[in-house]
Design a protein around this ligand. Sequence first.
Ligand code: PEP
Length: 253
Amino acid sequence: MRKQIAAANWKMNLNLSEAKNLVNEIISSSYGLNNDQIVLIAVPFPYLIEIQHLLKGNSHFNVCAQNCASTCNGAYTGEVSAKMLNELNVNYVIIGHSERRLLYHEDNKTLAQKVDLALENKLTPIFCCGEALETRDDENQNNFVENQLKESLFHLSAEHFSKIVIAYEPIWAIGTGKTASSDQAQEMHKHLRKVIEGKYGVAISESTSILYGGSVKASNAKEIFSKADVDGGLVGGASLIANEFIAIINSLK
Ligand code: PEP
């Protein structure tokens, strides 16, 4: 059975004491999570060790990095490599978030390099994809997102691809309060699963977790997660509010 994942993306928010309080509140709630359900908290780099320490002993909870470099090492001031994350025992990294694509001009080729380095260093990439509003208005969203997968992931061997988690995040729904309807999410997830099946076969396609992201909150998570091809969510704004994120975790199916 594929993993169901509730992933928090804190972005560049919270001071350290707010971050620790939030995590303590989240882990003090009780959840009936099973072995196929996980919770990820993507924190700013400087908080990784402290938050990892707080999560120790909670087998369902893991920290996640929000990015990694597209190069191994060298004169890249300000960058953090996949190897460095691996040395900290970090197991997950977000790659290709739309804010990285838009604000830092990360293209599909650069993201392919990041994915390779993440996998080489035993990190699970949470690979983000998603279209802008104009693309959806042109009804070209399926081709656009499919192409993001092809250019950044489809060079991988089946063994490597089977380690990828995909997060479909339509850009027009991120931080806007505008959520894709559960049917729009399901339609894209189903399409991506078909595309993955065409390249890697049905077994890998059926075992790939595909998360939805874009204004997920307590009030809509259950409906979105109930769709057959939606395996949880990547959550920005609502993950900064303990009660919201607790309810989102409890909405995993
Ligand atoms: C995100 O940043 O990945 C995201 C989905 O943000 P929000 O939930 O705030 O739309």
